[in-house]
Design a protein around this ligand. Sequence first.
Ligand code: HEC
Length: 78
Amino acid sequence: MAADMGCYNCHGSPKLQTAPSMASLAEHAAKARGDDEALKKRAQKLRAGSALHPIAAHERLSPEAAELLVRWLSEGAK
Ligand code: HEC
């Protein structure tokens, strides 16, 4: 799913300078593993983006897709 949606274009390896690698995203997301509330918050944050770095690929995600992807990341992104 992440590959289909182009996530690896920026988070793959070699990665863009500004984007964290999938491995480091997964490490970060693992803190929310098994915690539905925390996973939902991360999914919302991902879609909202930041004012400094608006990222179309993030903003395009449906709430469902964002949650699935964050859950997948929290489980190690495999
Ligand atoms: C156009 C390049 C690009 C694409 C495509 C992209 N990202 Fe990102 N992503 C970034 C950048 C750059 C950051 C760092 C954002 C920042 O510093 O504000 C980031 C940050 C993140 C974060 C951390 C957000 C946080 O809350 O700190 C997650 C999770 C993430 N991306 C997941 C994804 C997923 C899943 C996809 C596929 C749907 C994806 N990205 C596609 C560039 C991209």
